[in-house]
Design a protein around this ligand. Sequence first.
Ligand SMILES: [Ca+2]
Length: 264
Amino acid sequence: MGSGIQVFGSSTLNNLTQNRVTNCMPYGLHLEEDSDSNYVYDNYVFNSSCGIYLNKAWNAGCDGNSFVNNTLSNSSLCAVWVASCSNNTFHHNNFVNNTSQVYSNSSVNVWDDGYPSGGNYWSNHILVDGYSGAGQNVTGKDGLCDTAFVINAENRDHYPLLGSATANLLVYTFVDETEYTDVEILVDAESPQYFSMVNVSVGIGSHNVTADHSFYRLYGIEIYKYTFSKWEDDSTSNPRQINVQQNMNITAYYTEKYWGSIQK
Ligand SMILES: [Ca+2]
């Protein structure tokens, strides 16, 4: 029990990067009591009650922090819990399979990096892309969802990401880590130019890695099917063995096929 990483008591200008925080109750990353202007980048927070918890204490909130390129997954309560903390920025994070994505109370925060950089990937959002432009009203895809992800009246991601058809698997190495010996790549979004979907930590050694053989994506009323084609080194073995000696990325490529239309 206890938070994974706690930042307390007017702690400012810290960099929290490339941490793997799993099974921490109640909070994965915990900022409280006037901790401002910290940079939280490229962390993987899995299976906490709240992935990121921002709270006011002693009449001081946590403001002006940046949360970028983090993956927040399988949070039993919510991925981000924020109360009386404002001017924090969240973009290019993956919000995947959380009971609730964001709880926000008395807070006004920024949930995207503007156009065309974009916001976050939300696994429960409507992933439809037929329009582009800052107003998402120009015909043509741009890799960003056409509709905003609305948290409440004062908090919204104007440009949610569609995710990635190439699944980048960022493999962190932990010498003493043994619980993840098999790695499954789950690809459930589309748009080749965007960021990694899956961050998994494994130990040094040989591991069995599987990419999903196929998945479906809805575009408006049309359905596309994506089928595994190859790994970035042209191997088509799936599953395959990888030998981990240091942090690494591996990418699975998929082919897109038109599948059908939904009757409206
Ligand atoms: Ca769009």
